[in-house]
Structure formats: C-alpha cells, structure tokens
Design a protein around this ligand. Sequence first.
Ligand code: KDG
Ligand code: MG
Length: 405
Amino acid sequence: MKITQIKVIVCCPGRNFVTIKIITDSGLFGLGDATLNGREMAVAAYLEEHAAPCLVGRDPQEIEDIWQYLYRGVYWRTGAVTMTAIGGIDMALWDIKGKAAGMPLYQLLGGRSRTGVTLYAHASGKNTEETLGEAKKLVEAGFKAIRIQSAIPGLEATYGVIGDMKDYYEMQGNRPLPPEEEWSTQKYFGMVEELFREARHHLGSDVHLLHDVHNRLTPIESARLGKLLEKYNLLFLEDASIAENQESYKVIRQHTTTPLAIGETYNTIWDCKELVQNQLIDYIRMAATHAGGITAMRRIADFAGIYSVKIAPHGAPDLSPICVAAHLHLNTWAPNFGIQEFVGLGSEQCRQIFKQDFQIKNGMAHVSEAPGLGIDFDEEAAKEYPYKRSYLPVSRLEDGTLWHW
Ligand code: KDG
Ligand code: MG
C-alpha cells in the first residue's frame, strides 16, 4: 500500500478544526485531527509544506517508522506545532490500519478492558445556584461525574464561564484578537468553597465532582485549595498550578489528598515524566491530537499505569470529533483508564461534517465497531465553513500583570 495524497482541510463549523485525510492507492483513506486552538494555520502549513511531501509514496502501514521519522528524524523535535502535526498523521495511519484489518482501533490496541467509557460533563453558571441547576439536569440525564465551574463575583469573565453565557467556552468566530480577562485569587477563594459545599448538599455524595482551576494558582495556593476541598471528595482537581517545573507539584502533594490532574497542553511524555514517576498526580490528561497521536498515547498510558496514574484524556470542544473517536478507542482499551471529559457532540454544522456512530447512554460512551476510528468527514460540507482567525483569551491580574489564562 502507498500514500498517494495528504489533504489538510481547515474548517470552522462554529470553531476551527484542522483535519488530515491520508489517501492511499488501495482505495482506503484515514482521518486525523491536527487542531491547535488559536494556532491552526501554523500546523496546517507544517503539514502541507514540511511533513506531507516526505510521506507521499510511503507505506502507510509502517506507523512506527513514520512516527520516528517525524519525531526523531526532525532536528527541531517536540513542541506543540510539531507534535500536533504528528498527532494528526498518526491518527490517520491507525485509521487506515484498522480499515485494512477490518477491525475497530481498540481491537488493534489489545481489545476491551471495559464495557463502556465513563464521561464527565460540564456544568457552569453565573453563580452557584445556576451551576448546580445545570449539574442537576446532567445528573438527571444519567451523567455520574460533573465538572462544576462558576462565575466569580467581582470578575467579569473567567475560565469556563463567559459574558452572555451563549458560549461559556472559548467562543470562536468573533474574536479576531485575544480578549483580555481579569483574575483575582482572593475573589476566587471567596467563591469556590461555597460552590462545593452547596454541590454536595444539593447533589448528594454519589455523583463525582471535578473542577478545573486552569493554572491560575501558585503551588502553595493550590495546596490550600486542595486541603479546603478535601471534605467534598473530588474525583480530581485539574490544572491547579502550571507545572513547567514538575517538582513544584511536591508542594501541593505534601499538603493534600485531593486527587490531582494535569496534562492537556502537554506534547510529549517528557512533559509529565517526573509528575508521573514521583506519583505527584493521579490523572494524566494528554490528548492524542496534541501529544503525537495514538502511538504516543499508548506509551504514555502504559508508563502512567506503572505508577498508578490513570488516563483522563482532554475532551474540550477544540478537539475535533476525530480526536474524540480516537480517545474512545484508547479508553476502551487502556487498563488504567480513569474518565473522559465530554462536552457534547458539537454544533449542528459540526455533526453535518463529522459523521460518527458511537453511542452515549447513562453517562457512558460506547465506541464504534466500524473498522478504524469509525468516523467520516464530509469534505464538501466542510467547504461551507471556512477558517476564521480566532484566539483564546489572555488573563491579567487586577494590577495589569499578565497571568495564566
Ligand atoms: O484550547 C483551550 C481549551 O482546550 C481549554 O481551555 C479547555 O481546560 C480546558 C478543559 O479542561 O476542557
Ligand atoms: Mg482543562
């Protein structure tokens, strides 16, 4: 089998997605997600100008060698753009291999470890009451795990909750330059305990609760938060502090038993090596799209498993449905799967373009049994929604200092 063409398609059905289609002389093709929110065109150019010309003519079945060629064979290895490009190509190659074998991807990885993939859904609101109202609806819909985020009194917008609430996420299409938001740790601490106290009071003790701090706290502040929330029994506290200095998580760990999760922006196993090896975290949240694909995620899962760290792949709306499909296969296989973030099936336009057939029932996803990833992409429909430049917000402290968004 030979690769005859690599197409890179950037579309914006509500938000930007970079899709790779690898076409072969056998009639089989594979799909991959290479979306890097806010830097989409950098990955598209990397793929079109630098990666694709090296792959045309090669055998798509040599996934491992192609991965090594694009990672080790490039002097300027690693980094978000490179690893996202590799991630998209790798996914598409596994899709082809599955189709060639007539097997869904999870079978190629080693088969099922579970009957379904437990999801956590998002509840957000402009105050505790509204957030918990949303959480209740999700519990009624069958979800067993909910991430709760609430607006902070005195701050106009914060991560997970924004302005008019039409899209509490990182809205796309109307942000031609990065919007700025304000952050105050003092004000956040004034809100967060009440949110969890009321959540346990109204939702009971059975539902799993999660929370994303989005890197806003210093390690000692995270330690304080973890301690404060211990009695509310979180499934995990996500991205409490940035961990470019992985050792800094020791500060958090020595003060609290609240489980910790990190990793959605990580690109290689090296970004989490010390965190995992020293058991400073409980969940690793890397995504196939940004961490070099299925080949890399499989290694990361096995490495994490040795240290009792579970995988909880990133599932934000800026990962395309192709990545969601890849994660469902990985999660169905990985013995040390923890939980999958889930934000719904995307806009109507998105569902028109990405056709998938996995099922969701009682807060669990059931992977497609179709060969490969089990997802299709309508190129003609995608043409209706061209790329729109868009950025994530930036964050500043109240005195103007640039902070982690
Ligand atoms: O592109 C940034 C988003 O993916 C991120 O803000 C979402 O933190 C996030 C999450 O946990 O889903
Ligand atoms: Mg997050």
